[in-house]
Write a protein that binds this ligand. Structure first.
Ligand SMILES: *Cc1c(COP(=O)(O)O)cnc(C)c1O
Length: 404
């Protein structure tokens, strides 16, 4: 066979990385290894400390499993990192980052707006463990600079941020983190691995809820962290082997099947979202549309510089909280194609209304300039729309009916 001299492109990588024809059967599709344990040919021990980096052979599926390893190889290849660890959910992945790299007395900076579960974990659980937390508007680089302390060990960002679509300048944050020897972790769930080259932007740990775009079909929950081999090996010992929140091989198999078409799907999510966002901007009832692919995005310059795919996530406002609530009810009653439901990144379009006040009480608790920054994006509440893979014309017709 002619030797391929070039590095395979993302479409080829998504399909072929981590898999190959089964040597025993010739099966073209990857196998699903539903085995908790693996027959051993030596008498080695079984503590986490016996796990040698790069060792081959499998011991037990809380350490490693061939189907989960296939998915980890695919995600690492697509994200351009040395290694990847998959866990039972996106939240398990976030927890793994915090609890592997932070100890009592350490300081962490977490984006003041982040996935609600991460926001609550940072505000409630980490301080209880003696970890000092600063929640900072990381889109404001001088505020971030001022928040960094001698004991800062980690800066955790998220871009575009769920739910409001605000962006963070990753290369500058990486430089600020590395200046004090801290790690930079970024939740890139909204962007997907195709949305930005997080490695080139200096991010050490790239986290995804693979429940979302990577799986892409709304049928399995999972999480992943991609990064340098030494960092991921530490996380595997701590979070997988000790904390135990590992991904089921069945979910890994489903998610890997979804991942095979990720580059193709991200192009379609982007073009669908651009059509829907442009239409929303012309609708008289819609007061504000936030989509990184639109020139009207408040950080459009950063979006162009940093993003390689604008993804399918749109945030839009409809009047005040009362009007938002009315329109949300109309959506529940009238939408035929789009599902009124949480989650995102699926082939089915999903929409959900998030009122600002209650979100501040339960998750974000922002005040002053940070609250103002949130309100600039979300007003009294926003609709978070995950544009799926249906025909944009059908989504627009559905929204037109619900917004009437
Ligand atoms: C959904 C989501 C998570 C949490 O992922 P789960 O798989 O639901 O645990 C974390 N971050 C972002 C940005 C998300 O959208």
């Amino acid at each position: 066979m002619k030797k391929i001299n070039r590095r395979p492109g993302p479409m080829t990588t998504a399909i072929h990385a981590g898999e190959g024809p089964d040597p025993a059967t010739g099966a073209s599709a990857p196998p699903l290894h539903m085995s908790s344990t693996f027959v051993s040919s030596d008498v080695a021990g079984f503590s986490a400390h016996d796990l040698e980096d790069g060792q081959d052979g499998f011991i037990y599926s809380r350490w490693d499993n061939p189907t989960v390893a296939m998915l980890e190889t695919k995600i690492a290849a697509l994200q351009g990192t040395e290694s990847c660890l998959c866990l039972a959910s996106g939240m398990a992945a976030a927890t793994a980052i915090f609890l592997t790299f932070l100890s009592a007395g350490d300081h962490v900076v977490v984006s003041d707006v982040s996935y609600a579960g991460v926001a609550e974990l940072a505000r409630e659980t980490l301080p209880r463990l003696g970890i000092e937390v600063s929640t900072v508007d990381v889109s404001d680089l001088s505020a971030l600079d001022a928040a960094i302390k001698p004991n800062t060990k980690l800066i955790h960002t998220e871009t575009p941020v769920n739910p409001i679509g605000r962006l963070t300048d990753l290369s500058t944050v990486s430089a600020l983190a590395h200046r004090v020897g801290a790690l930079h972790s970024c939740d890139a769930t909204f962007a997907s691995p195709l949305g930005m080259d997080a490695v080139a932007l200096g991010v050490d740990l790239i986290m995804h809820s693979i429940t979302k775009y990577i799986g892409g079909h709304g049928d399995a929950v999972g999480g992943a962290v991609a990064g340098r081999a030494d960092l991921i090996a530490r996380m595997r010992k701590e979070a997988a082997i000790h904390h135990g929140g590992v991904l089921s091989p069945f979910n890994a198999w489903l998610i890997a099947r979804g991942l095979s078409t990720l580059p193709l799907r991200m192009k379609a999510h982007q073009s669908g979202a651009l059509a829907v966002a442009s239409w929303l901007e012309t609708h008289p009832r819609v007061s504000r549309v936030v989509y990184p692919g639109l020139p009207s995005h408040p950080q459009a310059e950063l979006a162009l510089r940093q993003m390689t795919n604008f993804s399918g996530m749109i945030a839009f406002q409809v009047g005040d909280a009362q009007e938002g609530r009315t329109v949300a009810q109309q959506m529940i009653d009238r939408l035929q194609v789009i599902h009124y439901a949480v989650s995102l990144g699926h082939h089915r379009s999903l929409i959900f209304w998030m009122e600002t006040e209650p979100l501040m009480e339960t998750s974000f608790r922002l005040k002053g300039a940070q609250l103002q920054s949130y309100r600039d994006f979300a007003g009294d509440g926003i609709f978070r729309l995950s544009v799926g893979l249906e025909d944009a014309e059908d989504l627009i017709a559905d929204l037109e009916e619900a917004l009437a």
